[in-house]
Design a protein around this ligand. Structure first.
Ligand code: GLN
Length: 478
């Protein structure tokens, strides 16, 4: 069995009777045992995946859905009933989920089987998976480098053939940036297109769950089963009907100058522009556009995100669930809070709680938070204006290829800069996908680069079609 089959190929094998779901599960479990010691993409492996798959074997013989019997990996901030769910934080070290996230329910209904929970930056705060309380994940293309983050475990697992697909979450780029660093496809849907029920909240107005896959076609398959309105998440919605409106010949692509300027590695730039050329050759029109407020995206994100994160993290108080400490002064509630949170949160979570509570405090709220919300609107308007003229916008996903482990851990600002191109899609609630565009050479290593395609809100299906046109043109139709 090969570890880089697409979901369609796996489905065909199951359908033909060539591969039983239990064989698939045991194949991946064995690969994880064999290879994950080095990569550390999983925090928890579901040893019972094979038993579950055996039950699927019994059902064999009928018509299967595209995900029937297919194992997958889940970022450790998405709840899977009866499995640990830690968000890679000590404060949740012994936490076991008591219910399934809606996305997990939906995938189980299709017969997909959870292989395990993947490593991440603590509470999804980070860009390298080095902020995990349980050890860093390595990039399968070069283990001296980071896989990106915060869904680094999910991206590395797919890239290393340790799962046929994975789920991640994206608040400021956490699906797309690791996908770009690991050479896989990462899709952040329109805000609200996928239910967040059962996702450990980071910044609720930005968070979105999405798939990490080997191909765009696989991303479509998974997305089609997790999307839709869910009564458990009031911000979720249906995307509505999608009529196939365009072909590459009448596609208009916008290239925003602000995403191709200073700070962008020329090798990455070259790969992305080559990909744009592929579209041009297919008949698309390409035009330069300007997004004047793009410059402020990162600053706005680092005001809004910590504000929301500090509120969301207030629930980890040592009482309801998670870490308890024994050595606090009885009768002194504050002492207990300080000890639990001081011992349970890592440095990045603490930094953001402090930043967020400061920003939201009286006097600073207007100066920072309200102002950031206003600029957020301007960033959104930049997109609205651009989409009056073009169908999609293309940029690099990241300014550089995967950096070395440890290179940015001492300098949070440098770490934050690796999200410079990704955060705007979250601020504007847009669907955005990162697609591999080949490799670049960096100190003797061949490392993947990614391009990012943005589409207007709710145009997720169109966006994935556009991404697939490129993929099929470059790789040939599988
Ligand atoms: N790297 C970004 C951050 O640290 C994005 C995180 C995310 O999307 N969860 O905030």
């Amino acid at each position: 069995m090969s570890s880089n089959l697409t979901l369609k190929e796996i489905k065909n094998n199951i359908q033909k009777g060539d591969t039983a779901p239990s064989e698939l599960a045991s194949f991946y479990l064995a690969r994880i045992k064999d290879r994950d010691g080095e990569i550390h993409s999983y925090l928890h492996v579901a040893e019972d995946a094979q038993d579950k798959a055996q039950k699927a074997d019994i059902k064999a013989g009928g018509e299967y859905g595209p995900l029937f019997g297919i194992p997958y990996a889940v970022k450790d901030n998405i709840l899977v009933k009866d499995m640990p769910c830690t968000a890679a934080s000590k404060i949740l070290e012994n936490h076991t989920a008591v219910y399934n996230a809606s996305v997990i329910e939906k995938l189980s209904d299709e017969g997909a089987i959870v292989l395990g929970k993947t490593n991440m930056d603590e509470f999804a705060m980070g860009s390298s998976t080095e902020n995990s309380a349980f050890g860093a994940t390595k990039n399968p293309h070069d283990t001296s480098r980071v896989p990106g983050g915060s869904s680094g475990g999910s991206a590395a697992a797919v890239a290393a053939g340790l799962a046929p697909f994975a789920l991640g979450s994206d608040t400021g780029g956490s699906i797309r940036q690791p996908a770009a660093f690991c050479g896989v496809v990462g899709f952040k849907p329109t805000y609200g297109a996928v239910s967040r029920y059962g996702l450990i909240a980071m910044a609720s107005s930005l968070d979105q769950i999405g798939p990490i896959t080997n191909t765009v076609e696989d991303a479509k398959t998974v997305f089609n089963f997790i999307l839709g309105k869910d009564e458990m998440d009031s911000t979720s919605m249906d995307l509505g009907e999608y009529g196939r409106e365009k072909s590459p010949k009448d596609l208009k692509i916008g290239i925003p100058e602000e995403y191709f300027g200073d700070g962008l590695d020329p090798k990455v730039k070259k790969r992305v522009l080559e990909a744009v050329e592929v579209y041009r050759k297919m008949g698309a029109q390409v035009k330069e556009i300007s997004m004047p407020h793009a410059l402020y995206s990162l600053a706005v994100y680092y005001i809004i995100m910590p504000s929301e994160a500090s509120s969301n993290l207030a629930r980890y108080d040592g009482v309801k669930y998670g870490l308890h400490v024994a050595d606090y002064e009885t009768q002194d509630l504050l002492d207990m809070y300080l000890k639990v949170r001081g011992q349970g949160f890592g440095p990045e979570a603490l930094r953001r709680v402090m930043l967020g509570t400061y920003i939201l405090s009286a006097g600073y709220y207007d100066a920072y938070y309200i102002k950031a919300q206003k600029v957020r609107n301007l960033i959104e308007e930049d997109f609205t204006r651009a989409f009056e003229d073009v169908d999609v916008i293309i940029s690099p996903t990241t300014p550089t290829p995967a950096f070395k482990s440890g290179e940015k851990t001492q300098d949070p600002l440098q770490m934050y800069l690796s999200d410079i191109y990704t955060v705007s899609a979250n601020l504007a609630g847009l669907p955005c996908v990162s697609v591999p565009v080949g490799e670049v050479e960096e100190s003797g290593s061949k490392l993947p680069a990614g391009m990012q395609i943005f589409a207007p809100r709710k145009k997720d299906h169109f966006l994935l079609d556009v991404a697939e046109w490129y993929e099929k043109e470059v790789n040939g139709v599988k």
